[in-house]
Design a protein around this ligand. Sequence first.
Ligand code: BES
Ligand code: MN
Ligand code: ZN
Length: 486
Amino acid sequence: MDFRHQLSTAGALSSLAADALLVVIHGDAVDPSLDPAIASAIKDAVAHGDFQFKAGRTLYLHRPAGLKAARLVVAAAGSASVKAFKTAVAHGLAPLKGLGAKHVAVALGNAGEVTEQHAEALATAATDAVYVYRHTKPSAPTDSAMSKFSLVCSKTEARAVQKGLARGQAIAAGVTLAREFANRPGNHCTPSYLADQAKRLGKDHGLKVEVLDRKAVEKLGMGSFLAVAQGSNEPLKFIVARYDGAGKAQAPVVLVGKGITFDTGGISIKPSAEMDEMKFDMGGAASVLGTLRAVAELKPKINLVCIIPSCENMPSGTAIKPGDVVTSLSGQTIEILNTDAEGRLILCDALTYAERFKPAVVVDVATLTGACVIALGHHNSGMFTADDALAEQLLAASRDSLDPCWRMPLDEEYDEALKSNFADMGNVGPRAGGSITAAMFLRRFTGKYRWAHLDIAGTAWKSGANKGATGRPVPLLTHFVLSQAG
Ligand code: BES
Ligand code: MN
Ligand code: ZN
């Protein structure tokens, strides 16, 4: 995909060369600065009941009168916000999907500044719109010919637009990578596959990638991670990938991603309905690799370490049983009361392992609890941290990237729920507040650094007719990592 800026003004859009021109307008009337040919087309459509100034509405015209571009799409945004612009771009690209247009020029139809944020929003929205999963469905229609997008701006806006497009394109490539990995089924996307892909990413971008196998993990003493992996014939992988963009002395940002490539629940087996969606249980790992890709492309002056514990959660004759007690890498013992609470069991050892990097901050990302979906639905990721400053930084990254998250509580009182008579802790609490007790469990392994946890169970993928991975929270994480570079 190719993204660039294109110089013009709103008043001169009719002479713009492109296969399609997408004009995003906000407010409830045609802006007087808009090109007269486009303005009259819109007014005519409104008069005939074919268009309304309402967010989500679009107008498509082939060979529009008085325009150089072969196609015109007008998309209503409602408000002037970047968020509304992004949604309108997504709506506006929909009618172009089955068509022959290769180069789409996008313009603001109202007077006002075209910003870096608009540019980033265009790059991410356009990439999302043309992505089609084909790895195990090569017959899927190549829906779209669109391969080049330009954002119309003035000379003074061009620098900012170019910067926003570059950032957006890097984030979008990371999102696509995360979507692709997560969409691949469990028999394709195994821990070994993730490890191979991490190595390939390393080769392509000059990163250091290390993959630990069972033997190495045993030697280290990751008894909790090993316990989850022991029920599967698929070999576990512990992936460590680093991007070194700053001096050795600079403490790294560490991202930890849950890499369960299939979660049956284990002996505490899940119901059959929708169990296929548990192939997405490596969404945290996918988003960490996607973020690594984006960061490697943008090359900020920062050190980043990505840690991915990856295995399957299977029931078998060798699987862990409810009541089993294991010793984690931290030395703390865990009574496994429910084998389906496996995410925290692999993450806790990764979080202890993270200590060796003397991190500036650690953020773990996991499709951790169904309870988080009940709490927040599919719009906000759950964010947990006891550190107010860190929470603010993550919320800012979330706002800037239009990748929403919501802070959840972590009061000491929730820790009660993890008490066990047979180990230092149980791996589950009662149903109530399940996403919080999961975070409290992780917290017990994070005493030595600043830490936050993102529960993406509701946001990593969509169910239903449009079932598929979203690539979230790659945009949030990338913005966060960039913000830590100062
Ligand atoms: N991967 C699931 C969480 C999940 C469930 C994400 C449904 C998205 C949709 C996780 O491993 C899990 O099974 N969690 C249990 C925890 C419980 C046993 C305390 C859950 O949420 O039911
Ligand atoms: Mn589970
Ligand atoms: Zn899981």
